[in-house]
Design a protein around this ligand. Structure first.
Ligand code: NAD
Ligand code: FE2
Length: 399
């Protein structure tokens, strides 16, 4: 029996939270200092700490941000050793540096990795918090205070700038999540100019990640609500219309801006209506094979959508309106068209489409399927129950 997505019941009520303050626009980075001063005036909190990675620094993005902070009267401190899928060691290093420098405001400046480290740094470096990192893992496991926190994304993907989530690599192949309202930023600054130098492969992978957030939020079996639906639909419209353009013509600022905005809207959606099986099956690919988060999602996406096709037909058909305006046909036909369109976007964006092309052996698929079963927190949100045998069949289809 397939469990269809429950229809939204107007009498059921819902909850929704997100970041309260967003500044968006081409050139908005020049207002970073002013924005920070609204939460941590430099007279009271003179040190502003930026958390970033060497790739972002190498792309020459840092200096204008630091200048905007200095012009406002801040002394600046930079932690630029974040790596993809940051480890506990990286997180603790950033926290120690923030404490030592007496940081009064923390700014995440980069992709999901940098923004996630910034979130935890803002919590653990608060002078009156005696918290240890281990206490933060889990869902709202502790009430944490934090330093003022601003987020400036330089990829259009994770939506981490507007989520309460941070992911830390805690072992050779394991990641632990922190979901805590303290991780929700005070303000977000979106400036598409920052994403102009993003390489095509990162643009493609992060863009597909954002689209998956929108699709999975829209079909989530739990906490799907009128606001998350609206955000997911608009996110998918923006991302779907601009992904290939942003990949092929990285200097098209309009396409970049649509991607950045779409990724943020998708982040707002899935922070309230959580993601499901695509992410559950993507995580073992990242954990065991160190594939980038967005690529892992892209590899399993078409196959999970096909698995869900019947249970989520109505929702997929509704999303087809955003991706393929003018598409005719009944619900089943429009749902199919949406699924094949997403498969086409994954392939058309230049990403590998088969596990075998990413260094994965057929003999390793059973372990992936077993690991995916550990992601029950995500699997419970899937529109159709998914067992280990289903996971294996999906990995085989993706092989
Ligand atoms: N907090 C959340 O809600 C959430 C959700 C999903 C994933 N994540 C986490 O986010 C991370 C993935 O984030 P990501 O996909 O944004 O990648 P990333 O932050 O790891 O960055 C990927 C690469 O892109 C480079 N880069 C970033 N911006 C650039 C720019 N503008 N120009 C040139 N190079 C640039 C970086 O240097 C890095 O090498 C993972 O750690 C994942 O676990 C978090
Ligand atoms: Fe994701």
């Amino acid at each position: 029996m397939q469990a269809a997505v429950p229809p939204s019941d107007p009498a059921a009520g819902f909850g929704f939270q997100s970041v309260a303050h967003i500044e968006a626009g081409i050139g908005a980075l020049a207002r970073l200092g002013e924005l920070a001063a609204g939460f941590a005036p430099p007279q009271a909190a003179p040190v502003a700490m930026l958390v970033t990675d060497p790739g972002v620094r190498g792309a020459g993005l840092l200096e204008p941000a630091l200048q905007a902070l200095r012009e406002q009267g801040y002394r600046t401190e930079v932690y630029d050793h974040v790596v993809a899928d940051p480890s506990e060691q990286v997180v603790l290093q950033a926290c120690a540096q923030a404490r030592e420098a007496g940081a009064g405001v923390v700014i995440g400046f980069g992709g999901g990795s940098s923004m996630d480290v910034a979130k935890i740094t803002a919590c653990l470096a608060h002078p009156h918090n005696a918290l240890q990192l281990a206490q933060l893992y889990g869902v709202e496991s502790v009430r944490a205070r934090r330093l003022p926190l601003l987020q400036v994304p330089t990829t259009a993907g994770t939506g981490s700038e507007v989520t309460r989530v941070a992911i830390v690599t805690t072992g050779a192949s394991t990641k632990s999540g922190i979901v805590n309202r303290a991780l929700l930023a005070d303000a977000v600054l979106l400036d598409a100019q920052l994403t102009r130098a993003l390489p095509a492969a990162v643009t493609a992978a992060t863009g597909i990640d954002a689209m998956v957030h929108a699709i999975e939020a829209y079909t989530s079996a739990r906490r799907k609500n009128p606001l998350s639906d609206m955000l997911a639909r608009e996110a998918l419209r923006l991302l779907g219309a601009n992904l290939l353009r942003a990949v092929g013509h990285g200097d098209d600022l309009q396409a970049r801006e649509s991607m950045l905005r779409g990724a943020m809207l998708a982040g707002m959606a899935f922070d309230n209506a959580p993601v499901a099986a695509v992410h559950a099956l993507a995580y073992p690919l990242g954990g065991l094979h160190h594939l980038p988060h967005g690529l892992s999602n892209a590899l399993v996406l078409p196959h999970v959508l096909r698995f869900n096709a019947e249970a989520a037909a109505t929702q997929y058909a509704e999303l087809a309106r955003e991706l393929l305006p003018g598409q005719d046909g009944d619900t089943t036909q429009r749902a199919q068209a949406m699924i094949e369109h997403m498969a086409g976007l994954c392939a058309g964006s230049g990403l590998p489409t088969r596990l075998r092309d990413c260094g994965i052996e057929r003999a390793g698929l059973a372990l992936l399927a077993r690991e995916a079963m550990g992601q029950q927190r995500l699997l419970q949100n899937n529109p159709r129950p998914l067992l280990e045998a289903d996971a294996l069949a999906i990995y085989e289809a993706a092989f």
